[in-house]
Design a protein around this ligand. Structure first.
Ligand SMILES: Cc1cc2nc3c(=O)[nH]c(=O)nc-3n(C[C@H](O)[C@H](O)[C@H](O)COP(=O)(O)O)c2cc1C
Length: 166
């Protein structure tokens, strides 16, 4: 059925596209900052670049714009609470309840990350109420133990199920 375009209708339709979940972090003047981010995509392979889409109102983005660097933390199923907290909890306590360390380039990385990508911001583009930040990958890491990816679909966190016939 074709519907009129409303914000709610758009969110519903686009929410049918299942994604992973990341937390984008940066080193703020008063400590680490970060937010839950679904809009993450690998952009180029050689050299490796990625993009994230950030609301113009994001407090984290002002730090990213200043530092011109950030880290993308890809989450596993054990981290749904973390994803919730970095979206809804007061920014000042986001890093006090979850363990983190610093990467070689100075960005905070979450201990719980399934994988992480340290990025230098090479471009940012304003698109309506969001900004696209393009990052060149300058460092990365992956967890050594087996963890399943966290997914997000129609407003709910979930997990990945592999189809055995392929
Ligand atoms: C599942 C989920 C995905 C989200 N994805 C994004 C996103 O891609 N871009 C964005 O700007 N905000 C996204 N948000 C909202 C931010 O995480 C939230 O507004 C956060 O409080 C912003 O923090 P900050 O202002 O400290 O940067 C998402 C929230 C949830 C729950």
């Amino acid at each position: 059925m074709e519907s009129e375009i409303s914000i709610e209708g758009y969110k519903k339709a686009v929410g049918s596209f299942v994604t992973g979940i990341t937390i984008v972090t940066a080193a703020g003047a008063d400590g680490p900052v970060g937010f839950t981010c679904q809009s993450f995509t690998s952009l180029s392979i050689d050299p490796p670049t990625i993009l994230i889409s950030v609301a113009q109102t994001s407090r984290t983005f002002s730090t990213i714009a200043l530092n011109r660097k950030f880290c993308v933390n890809i989450l596993s199923t054990g981290s749904a609470r973390l994803a919730h907290d970095f979206a809804f909890m007061d920014p000042s306590i986001r890093f006090t309840t979850h363990s983190w360390r610093t990467t070689r380039s100075g960005n905070p990385v979450l201990e719980a990350a399934l994988a992480w990508l340290d990025c230098e911001m090479i471009q940012s583009i304003e698109v309506e109420d969001h900004l696209i930040a393009i990052g060149k990958v300058v460092g990365l890491g992956q967890s050594m133990d087996h963890r399943e990816p966290l997914t997000y679909y129609r407003g709910n966190f979930g997990e990945f199920v592999e189809l055995s016939e392929f």
